[in-house]
Each structure stands twice: as structure tokens, then as C-alpha cells.
Write a new protein. Structure first.
Length: 276
């Protein structure tokens, strides 16, 4: 009986410890995850692209937390910085200063531009009224089913941005207009499962967020939380249709619950390199 009680006590202690870690420690961590992408379409020097996603500013993520993210991004010396949606958690309940959010985002540095797309939270709760204006005031170009033609370090790079597909105005045909196989084509989208609609188009790299990696991701089990259009592709790299390299960022903030476990918030760096 004593052994049983002792084991029960240890299990309770471990459970409390894991809960405290998942609530107060892991959500405040921030990892930089780096990947190399080699392509014959890269013609010159290496292009450095930094992606961040799903900050969910609000109850569980403050502007002080956002400043730490910005500092980490600026340490990377990026050519492009891409935000794949969900700036606020619940705009209707946010009591902080939107001007402060804009000022912090404006300090992000990128040699060749900063770009963003809408997430579902950037429409909901009244966020649609200010999101695009706030991001553009912070120096971001918001892509709405459109693309931007860029020349970076001798490489022609076309950056495509799909609008949110849950409550936004997503349009596939508008998004892929003008896409050519000879260019290096990058696609930004919020919901990762939407990438299936782009199979057959010459997309070299697609970047998404939305899923938060499940927020809690248990070994041998997988994500405990999934969401609409974020169930098939949850985190990390996927090869879609034997053609598109999709990367799903696990995001930075939390929603609904304050904890993360085995799913550290991340800023992701992609080094696009020429094939030797």
C-alpha cells in the first residue's frame, strides 16, 4: 500500500511539474529553426527568408513577448520576412494599444521586403477593420490573392499570397495568375491543408501556419489539438503531390489554452541556395 501511495505521489508531482512547464516555461521559449533549400532556380547568392506566424497577441502573448520575437528575427539578417497570419488572438477582446503593436512590427528589418497574408483571426473579432492598415503601416505588404515579382541577389523570385480560406476571400485563380515554371515561386498561405488545391502549379516552396503544431504534440501520439484546414499537415516539412515542398510553422502564440508541450514556439529561417 505504501509503495502504491508513493507511486501515486510521484505521478501527481510529475503531472503538476509538466503542467507548470507547459504553462509557464515552454510558451515563453523561442527557437530559431533553420533549413536549406537547394534549387537550380537560385542564380546568385543565398537568399535568406525568415517566417514567423500565429503570434496571437492577447491574453497569452503580450507586446513584450512580441519584442523578443522581433529581436530574434533581426538577428537573422533576413532578405525577406514573411508573416503567415493570425496577429491577434481575439481582436474584440484586445485592450492593448494597436499603435504599440504597429511600432514594434515596424522595427523588423529585411533587406528586400516584409510581406504578410491574412489568417482567420485577422478577419474575426473585428480585426478585418485594421489588420491590413496596421501591417502596411509597419512596413509589410499584405498579399491578397496576388503576387509580388522580386529580383533578389540575381534571382527572379515570385512571392504569392493566398487570402484566408475560412472566413476571408480566398481565390485560387487570382492567386496563381502569372505563375511561370522558370521563376522561383514561393507561396504564403495561412491554412496548410489549402495547399492541396495548388498541386499542379509550379510552386517550389509553400509556407503556412495556423495549426500551432497542435500546441501539445505528444511523442508517438501526435497533436492533441487540430483545427479546420490544419489537420492533414500539422508541423514541419511535407512533400505534397510529389511536387510542392510545404513547411508548416508551429507558430509563436497560443489560443484557447495557455500551454504548449513538446512544441516550442519558433522563428524559421530558410536559406535558398543555388545548386552547385
Amino acid at each position: 500500500m505504501k509503495v502504491l501511495l508513493k507511486c501515486l505521489g510521484w505521478l501527481i508531482a510529475i503531472g503538476i511539474g509538466v503542467g507548470l512547464y507547459a504553462t509557464f516555461i515552454e510558451p515563453k521559449l523561442l527557437h530559431v529553426v533553420s533549413h536549406e533549400i537547394v534549387s537550380e532556380k537560385v542564380k546568385g547568392e543565398t537568399i535568406k527568408v525568415v517566417q514567423f506566424s500565429d503570434t496571437h497577441i492577447g491574453e497569452f502573448f503580450s507586446t513584450e513577448d512580441l519584442k523578443k520575437v522581433v529581436n530574434k528575427i533581426n538577428e537573422q539578417s533576413a532578405d525577406l520576412v514573411l508573416f503567415t497570419g493570425d496577429l491577434m488572438d481575439n481582436a474584440a477582446k484586445y485592450e492593448g494599444s494597436l499603435e504599440e503593436v504597429q511600432r514594434i512590427l515596424s522595427t523588423i528589418e529585411a533587406t528586400d521586403g516584409k510581406y504578410a497574408v491574412f489568417g482567420n483571426r485577422d478577419y474575426g473579432g473585428g480585426a478585418e477593420k485594421f489588420y491590413e492598415e496596421l501591417m502596411e503601416a509597419a512596413g509589410f505588404k499584405v498579399l491578397l490573392n496576388e503576387h509580388e515579382a522580386l529580383t533578389i541577389k540575381g534571382t527572379t523570385l515570385n512571392l504569392y499570397g493566398a487570402d484566408d480560406a475560412l472566413i476571408g476571400y480566398y481565390n485560387l485563380n487570382q492567386t496563381v495568375q502569372g505563375m511561370e515554371e522558370t521563376n522561383l515561386n514561393l507561396l504564403m498561405l495561412h491554412e496548410p491543408d489549402l495547399v492541396n488545391e495548388f498541386v499542379g502549379y509550379p510552386i517550389d516552396l509553400a509556407l503556412a501556419g495556423h495549426s500551432h503544431g497542435g500546441q501539445v504534440y505528444l511523442p508517438f501520439v501526435g497533436p492533441l489539438m487540430t483545427t479546420a484546414l490544419g489537420q492533414q499537415y500539422v508541423r514541419g516539412f511535407y512533400e505534397v503531390g510529389n511536387q510542392i515542398s510545404l513547411y508548416v510553422n508551429t507558430g509563436i502564440g497560443n489560443t484557447k489554452v495557455p500551454f504548449r508541450l513538446f512544441n516550442v514556439p519558433q522563428v524559421t529561417v530558410f536559406e535558398l541556395k543555388a545548386r552547385e
